[in-house]
Ligand binder design. Sequence first.
Ligand code: SF4
Length: 281
Amino acid sequence: MKISLAKHAGYCYGVQRALKLALEATVSSTKPIHTLGPIIHNPQVVESLKKQGVNAVNSVDEVNSGTVIIRTHGVDPKIIKKVKNRGLGLIDATCPFVAKAQQRAADLVKEGYNVVIIGERNHPEVAGLLAYANNQAIVVESAKELENVEVMGKTGVVVQTTQSLENLESILDTLLFKTKDLKVYNTICNATSQRQEAAAELSKQVDLMLVVGGKNSANTTRLTQICTKNNKETYHIETADEVNELWLDGIGHIGITAGASTPDWIVKEVIDRLETLAGGS
Ligand code: SF4
């Protein structure tokens, strides 16, 4: 059995940076360390950080002392203000690519554009982008949602950093029929594009594709959707235990990719298990 790993897979720059900041905080501070929501969408990593004293909370109101870490997705600036007003320490681990998208959203509002955010309505990154657009933007998940929208006038677009280029293209195709004055900031980050392209390429070449990463991770879920389009034998797993021996029946070549929040050690465990199931071949 042959196992191939996608050319770009696993931890991205933003996630590595956030984890480094969190781990440094555990060394330099004797006070409690909190993250607003899980620091990344990977339950295994969140659990491991918990053992090192980094605990996820849902709201700043739950924190009475210590430091609050803002995760890669970023937040509404009011939350940062609240952390400071409560006299808490602040580590802003917002990914610089997300920060750029936030700035773009704010600029579009200042320039008088009707802002469209392409992204998942319930994703924390999109909530942050909305706040930077003064909560005046509309969120669009798919081109279908624009079908009944009337002519829109001067329209500016920003994109959740982990969206697929395909979804962006399909929404822009529709938007072009709604307005003649369209400004687009493609804020999909490079790490996302590279992982999606590499996953698409590999999934076309293999008999079975495994996508490793948190079930709550938007970018991992997107990788699964992309691979499934090319290869019906695609499975999204979080850990090695989830590999089902029956999937491997008659399979000669397996492809593996991993979301931007998936650590190398989980990918390695998956490869080890595949090798064990294949009898070391
Ligand atoms: S996926 Fe892109 S935007 Fe998100 S944390 Fe990683 S580098 Fe930053």
